[in-house]
Design a protein around this ligand. Structure first.
Ligand code: ATP
Ligand code: MG
Length: 568
């Protein structure tokens, strides 16, 4: 293909309305354009990458027995009422009405629709197991659409659903899918890791996330040398050992001019590890008090799961003052009455703890679990921190990395088949619930995550398997006869072997062509200049190699080199 004929509107300047490097580079290189907040157009270069990823995924889905289908983007409300998700999905669901006032939503995922299909068309155990998948746009009215196509309001997802007679069969297939996802990540050329995760609003008993590792990833991942890996959100915190000091009686302490925690810590010559903090939440309308160690942070997912609440939020000022004023002295607040008090596991290990007092210039010291708390529940409700020990091997310290979630698989068991009554008849003619798994991969997010992981100061560096073009030929003067002749010869030879080749036939200065070449990130560049041709050579450059590593080869040598790289 020829650069001059393609819509590749590269920009000289980076867009300023996004901070994230992948979004900047995708826009600057002319892969995508923003239509409105969270909605993007994919231009030819962007679409080529998307299609290559799609094909890698399609291949892996087909070899594990998947059957490709297409489901409508619009789905009727009644199915979502059956599972309760019409309400659970809240504002993230795009809703619409037809001319007769019937209600619909734009699909954010497709469990309801696929279960409806399967309950109508799969009746017998003889039809199971079955795996159906599709590539389709998904719509989510994200609270903060950002980072370009990394978190957009319309995105392309590959969603797969498998159906089984029993849990064992589902479990087996879940592992097969896990391996297929690993293959996809390897083939796409990512550095990635697989982590155990929470199921979120999709639900189910077991789930794994696939993370592309990148410094700016939204998700923190905790890893241990023993093989354990999980999102930090999901990582269990073990009990921390407390000190052995002698317990003292609780007392007030005068802390003048010590308004910040740092000042108080200094003043009392203690560490923040000796301090308590109190956070008040409202869980499904009821206030709860949470006690944490000062240097720890609350993990709201753990708290919500513990309370089995459908919604939790930090209490408003009014609630806080009603609760804390009930006991003016904050020393009493560690003995809250008539309210649910949850202490994190680490709190009860602090001996002679210190907390704020609801009295100016005072703190309370020597608070001890045995005597002074009004705790109802002791549980793990905090985020893991560096220094925490692995919850699996219980020996080594956890390491932390950042990643971008590109895939999420769920062992749903009967969550949806129960609410939607999807059953099959077994060999005895008995009706049973169908077991189900669901498996999502964010195709558009994969494109962005790859750019996030693989770029340098000059632009994108595409992995060989998902690059929009495998080779870029840059004739410095396309209108020089000899240059054009060599360009066309190399182009034909590589294209005839099935490689995607782009020729920069534009009448631009070499500097412009090289800048764009680095920006769009084609992994192999062949430069054709009159001077080199006079010596019988062309220039060969590998994008990912450090600047300047250029080889001079004969045209036929460059062709065999490239064919060798791509095993053609
Ligand atoms: P996140 O936690 O990032 O919101 P999710 O858990 O809501 O993701 P799933 O419902 O598991 O996502 O969807 C499957 C895949 O779809 C995700 O792994 C991700 O790759 C992709 N995805 C989800 N939301 C978006 C979005 N707003 N923009 C682009 N891709 C998305
Ligand atoms: Mg989400």
């Amino acid at each position: 293909m020829f650069f001059s004929k393609l819509l590749i509107p590269t920009l000289r300047e980076s867009p300023t309305d996004t901070d994230i490097i992948s979004a900047k580079l995708m826009i600057k290189s002319g892969m995508i354009r923003k239509l409105a907040s969270g909605f993007y157009e994919f231009l030819p270069l962007g679409l080529k990458v998307l299609r290559k990823i799609e094909n890698i995924i399609r291949h892996e889905m087909n070899i594990i027995g998947g059957q490709e289908i297409i489901l409508p983007l619009i789905s009727p409300k009644n199915l979502w009422i059956e599972t309760g998700r019409w309400n659970i999905y809240g504002k993230e669901l795009f809703r619409l009405k037809d001319r007769k006032n019937a209600e619909f939503c734009l699909a954010p995922t497709a469990e309801e629709v696929i279960v409806d299909l399967v309950r109508k068309d799969v009746r017998s155990y003889k039809q199971l197991p079955i795996m159906l998948y599709q590539f389709g746009p998904k719509f989510r009215d994200e609270i903060r659409p950002r980072f370009g196509v990394m978190r957009s309001r319309e995105f392309l997802m590959k969603d797969a659903y498998s159906f089984h007679t029993d849990e064992l069969d589902l479990e087996k297939y879940y592992r097969i899918m896990l391996d297929a996802y690993k293959n996809i990540c390897v083939k796409c050329g990512f550095k990635f890791c697989v982590v155990e995760s929470t199921s979120g609003p999709i639900g189910g008993s077991l789930s794994h996330e696939f993370m592309i590792l990148a410094e700016n990833g939204e998700t923190e991942v905790a890893l241990c040398k023993c093989g354990y890996s999980a999102t930090s959100e999901k990582t269990e915190c073990l009990k921390v050992e407390g000190s052995m000091e002698e317990l003292h009686a609780m007392d007030e302490i005068f802390t003048p001019n010590a308004s910040t925690i740092e000042n108080v810590v200094k003043f009392l010559e203690l560490s923040t590890k000796n301090f308590l903090k109190t956070i008040i939440y409202i869980a499904d309308g009821d206030p709860v008090v949470v006690l944490l160690r000062e240097d720890h942070e609350i993990n709201e997912t753990k708290l919500q799961t513990l309370l089995e609440a459908s919604e939790i939020m930090i209490a408003d000022e009014q609630t806080v003052s009603t609760i804390t004023n009930a006991s003016i002295d904050f020393g009493d607040s560690v003995g809250f009455k008539n309210i649910n008090v949850i202490a994190d596991l680490s709190v009860i290990e602090i001996l002679n703890a210190v907390s704020e007092a609801n009295k100016k210039d005072y703190h309370v010291k020597n608070i001890n679990y045995t005597s002074d708390y009004g705790i109802n529940i002791i549980a793990d409700v905090r985020k893991v921190v560096p220094g925490d020990i692995c919850p699996r091997c219980k020996e080594k310290e956890l390491k932390f990395l950042r990643g971008i979630e590109v895939g999420h698989i769920f062992k749903l068991t009967t969550k949806y088949s129960k609410s939607m009554n999807a059953t099959y008849l077994d060999s005895n003619g008995k009706e049973n619930l169908i077991f189900m798994g669901c498996y999502g991969l964010g195709v558009t997010r994969i494109v962005a995550a790859t750019v996030e992981q693989s770029h340098d100061d000059s632009g994108i560096i595409w992995p060989d398997n998902i690059t929009p073009f495998e080779v870029l030929i840059v004739p410095l003067d396309y209108y020089d006869d000899r240059s054009r002749e060599v360009t066309e010869k190399i182009y034909k030879e590589l294209s005839s072997k099935g490689l995607d080749v782009l020729v920069d036939d534009r009448n631009e200065r070499p500097g412009v062509k090289f800048k764009d070449a680095d920006l769009i990130g084609i992994p192999y560049r062949i430069t054709i200049g009159k001077k080199d041709l006079a010596n019988g050579n062309v220039e060969f450059k590998v994008r990912k190699d450090p600047k300047g590593s250029v080889k001079f080869l004969k045209p036929e040598e460059v062709v065999s080199k490239v064919l060798e790289i791509f095993k053609k």
